[in-house]
Ligand binder design. Structure first.
Ligand SMILES: Cc1cc2nc3c(=O)[nH]c(=O)nc-3n(C[C@H](O)[C@H](O)[C@H](O)COP(=O)(O)O)c2cc1C
Length: 307
């Protein structure tokens, strides 16, 4: 599965992944569900989550804390063609002055069942939960599992860090293995999967039902193919460089079509660069990061493609 990544995994990026490496499932960025002015889902958002070509299932992810509003949003999404809904219980940036959402809800587990009950009554496709292992202790997960089973959730995606850990340290997949043993719910393992060898090993030791790839897939989209034995397990530096050029080169025209104005297209492309650079160490990505215009960015991209 391709992970939800706010600001990055928009329709264009997901479509590119589908055309290129066809993940089995793709996720939308989280959709914030709140009352007041933000109550109605914007037309642009409904367009973003329209079914993808080629039948790859899309899961729309909701983040919020009010049962009725979540159910209402799920209904509106289903009316727009969405079949699968996920509740975000993992985002570490969920604290606002008045509310706790995302990973913050793991501090108040008693608030979770009513949200899931309300969604389960409405959602006709799969209902899943994406969660961290706990708020400040990874063992919190184990107390949550019976509650998630009772709520009729279909599967879980586990990113085994705590919420307060943010992205520090590493994902502790011993917790994934233990969770698989302690629940009948299928668990999709997520977190720090960057190579095919590591992904396969995680599947075999944890007995997880599948893998979800986030940053590792941005840095190397062919990681999906490598895991399926459809591409070499380890890319060469040259191959990786070519892949990065291809990723940005294919996204550029798609973003031009979708976003208004060069500044927005440039900002969208630049937001990917830190994830690409971590893997490739390409210096030219530094220059692309500081490109002030889309033309300058394109010139650097041509250099990357030729180098
Ligand atoms: C830029 C960024 C945005 C993210 N946005 C979301 C999101 O909208 N919903 C969510 O559940 N997780 C989100 N995540 C977490 C990822 O889905 C994933 O759980 C996490 O990055 C660990 O997986 P990875 O090591 O494969 O990246 C985000 C991560 C990143 C890096």
């Amino acid at each position: 599965m391709l992970a939800p990544m706010q600001g990055l995994s928009n329709r264009e990026l997901r479509s590119l992944f589908i055309d290129w490496v066809r993940p089995d499932v793709v996720f939308s960025e989280f959709i914030r569900v709140a009352g007041g002015k933000r109550r109605t889902l914007r037309p642009a958002l409904l367009q973003d989550v329209a079914p993808h070509q080629g039948g790859v299932p899309l899961v729309a992810q909701l983040i919020g804390r009010q049962s009725e509003l979540l159910a209402e949003a799920a209904r509106a999404l289903q009316d727009a063609g969405v079949r699968h809904i996920n509740l975000n219980l993992g985002c570490p940036f969920g604290r606002t002055t008045s509310s706790a959402i995302g990973g913050e809800l793991l501090r108040q587990p008693q608030q979770i069942p009513p949200l899931l009950d309300a969604l389960r009554r409405v959602v006709t496709g799969s209902l899943s939960v994406k969660l961290r292992a706990g708020y400040d202790r990874p063992q919190q997960l184990f107390a949550l599992l019976p509650l998630l089973e009772a709520a009729g959730v279909d599967f879980l995606i586990l990113h085994p860090r705590t919420v307060i850990q943010h992205y520090r340290g590493s994902a502790d997949h011993n917790i994934t293995t233990e969770a698989v043993q302690r629940t009948s719910l299928p668990i999709i393992a997520n977190g720090d999967i960057t190579t095919a060898v590591q992904g396969r090993q995680l599947l075999s030791t944890s007995k997880a039902a599948g893998l979800m790839l986030g940053r590792g897939a941005l840095a190397d989209p062919l990681l999906f193919s490598r895991l399926r034995d459809q591409a070499p397990a380890v890319p060469t530096h040259e191959e990786l460089k070519k892949i990065l050029g291809q990723l940005l080169g294919e996204l550029l025209p798609r973003y031009r079509k979708r976003y208004c104005g060069q500044a927005q297209v440039l900002a969208k492309l630049r937001s990917l660069l830190p994830y690409l650079q971590a893997a490739s160490g390409e210096r030219i990505l530094d220059q692309m990061k500081s490109a002030k215009t889309l033309d300058a960015f394109e010139t650097q991209l041509r250099c990357l493609e030729k180098s």
